[in-house]
Design a protein around this ligand. Structure first.
Ligand code: SIN
Length: 536
């Protein structure tokens, strides 16, 4: 039985920023299921969107975010994030994040991306995420108040009603059961406050830009604990993932289109204007759908992104990572267009939280991609995700600080240790890998960029036996990281399919052929579900 003040689950920008802020007055244990830098943050290329130049206006960033969110953003949250954003970005710079400076020595060199009406993306060339992750990790490791535990994987949250039989009012989170991958033991971690920062769930799809850790863990743990989750039908597909059979999940940043990159079909013809008057810099939902339609029309395996007109010197300087990686795989992007396809990239929904990052379960916060704050609505605006993570990490820490005396007074009851019963070792890993592959293919084929009622019904039906089998494995076998992830990925698939089948309209990232129009009267609101509402 371990005890800490604050248990942070996840080591991306949200978890690290929150840990640093909270360490001023509390002890933090930050667990991460693989190595410390295994996070989506580390792969982020584009940057952080914020109003950082005199030519830009907060109102314009607000409007761009609202337009992209297609009627589902919470305007109050949008205003709050956009307003607080610039200060948080400057804070990152003070913590050592080396953002690219402006040409005339200006504060920031600002990039352009789809859906933005101005240059407002602070970046570190095309390695922004890695730069942020490295700087924050250095700070975290130098901080004696923060303990980082790698290879520690949260399995389930400890919930007061279950642990003590207490049932009235709002339930409270007391920490988590955690699988220590090195020992194979399940540890019980109790904490005054638990914070889910475990990223998204791109791995539920066959093709994704996400790292392997993105298996929806935070959202499904919160769901199992009785928390509300929202808008899980809004899965963002990034329009341009490198198409190459030897490369897993390599993104071609939206900033490439921001710098003038043009999408071409297999005949070498630009096509985006035919789908959206904003052309190649339309919002991501529109561009991904345009590419999908073009590929279906031609039967080609991919489309192409042409940035050759910018010349080698510029491309090497602005996109060193993309230039070098493509060259390594035989594509000189200064001479040839880049083969690209859309791939699952970002979950706009998540654990429903208020303006402080607090979920509907007491003492349980969710930050970053794991959360649904109301900022993204039905489609996230490019580079608003790192922004949301740092703004809400700050707000979450403010909430804990304000309530710290009261939180410290609350007793942490004794809870039962994890019980393995008669579980035995799993001898054949194919029991896991087979279901894992099936779920990912099913989601890609039936719950992708364009959906239909029929395909969602088939997906529900085909997922049911996999859910049942996974439940059996979870009961019968000793836990392994793969089994824990399979359990999570199957549940997040079920929740996405269920949420998608509730929305009988097309909006933002949810396009369903049976209901091609937007229906504000009936569906102009979030899709909020919870385990205890009897819906599933
Ligand atoms: C990109 O660089 O295109 C990704 C940035 C984002 O997802 O906002």
């Amino acid at each position: 039985m371990f005890c800490t003040d604050i248990l942070v689950i996840g080591s991306g920008v949200a978890g690290l920023s929150f840990a640093l802020k909270i360490s001023a007055f509390a002890r933090v244990t930050l667990i991460t299921k693989k190595k410390k830098a295994d996070s989506a943050t580390n792969l982020a290329q584009g940057g952080v969107a914020a109003v950082l130049s005199a030519e830009d206006r907060l109102e314009d960033h607000v409007n761009d975010t609202l337009i992209s969110g297609d009627g589902l953003c919470n305007e109050e949250i949008v205003r709050l994030v956009v307003t607080e954003g610039p200060e948080r970005v400057r804070e990152l710079a003070l913590l050592g994040v080396n953002f690219q400076r402006g040409k005339a020595g200006g504060e920031f060199d600002l990039g352009m991306e789809g859906g933005h009406s101005a240059r407002r993306v602070a970046h570190a060339k095309d390695l922004t995420g890695r730069e942020i992750e490295t700087a924050l990790l250095a700070q975290v490791y130098a901080n004696p108040q923060i303990e980082v535990l790698e290879d520690h994987m949260a399995i389930d949250l400890l919930i007061e009603s279950k642990a003590t039989g207490w049932k009235e009012g709002n339930d409270r989170c007391l920490g988590a059961y955690v699988l220590n991958r090195s020992t194979g033991e399940v540890e019980t971690w109790r904490a005054k406050v638990t914070v889910l920062c475990s990223g998204g769930c791109g791995k539920v799809y066959r093709y994704t830009t996400n790292p392997d850790i993105a298996t929806g863990d935070g959202v499904v743990m919160a769901w199992r604990a009785g928390a509300q989750v929202a808008n899980l039908e809004f899965v963002q597909f990034h329009p341009t993932c490198f198409f190459n059979r030897y490369v897993k999940n390599f993104l071609i940043s939206e900033a490439v289109r921001g710098e003038g990159g043009i999408l071409l079909n297999d005949q070498g013809i630009p096509f985006m204007k035919g789908y959206d008057s904003r052309g190649d810099l339309a919002t991501r939902d529109a561009v991904a759908r345009g590419i999908d339609a073009e590929m279906k029309k031609s039967g080609a395996d991919c489309v192409y992104l042409d940035i050759t007109h910018k010349g080698r010197a510029f491309l090497q300087q602005r996109f060193p990572n993309i230039y070098g990686t493509c060259l390594h795989y035989g594509i000189d992007i200064s001479k040839q267009p880049i083969p690209v396809v859309p791939a699952a990239h970002y979950m706009c929904g998540g654990v429903r939280v208020d303006e402080w990052g607090c979920s509907s379960v007491g003492n349980l916060l969710a930050l970053g991609e794991t959360a649904c704050t109301g900022l993204h609505g039905a489609n996230r605006l490019a580079s608003n995700s790192l922004l949301e993570a740092v703004v809400f990490a700050h707000r979450g820490a403010q909430w804990v600080q304000r309530n710290w005396s009261e939180l410290q007074r609350q007793p942490l009851p004794t809870v039962q240790a994890w019980r393995t019963g008669f579980a035995r070792s799993i001898e054949e890993n194919v029991l896991i890998s087979h279901n894992w592959d099936q779920v990912r293919q099913l989601m890609w084929d039936y719950v992708g960029i364009v959906r239909s009622k029929k395909r969602l019904q088939l997906a529900t039906r085909q997922l049911a036996p996999i859910l049942a089998e996974t439940k059996e494995h979870f009961h019968d076998y000793l836990l392994t990281p793969d089994l824990v992830e399979l359990r999570n990925i199957v549940l997040i698939a079920e929740l996405i399919i269920y949420s998608a089948s509730l929305r009988h309209e097309s909006r933002g990232l949810h396009y369903i052929t049976d209901f091609p129009e937007k229906d504000d009267a009936q569906f102009g609101q979030d899709t909020v579900i919870e385990k205890n509402d009897g819906s599933m």
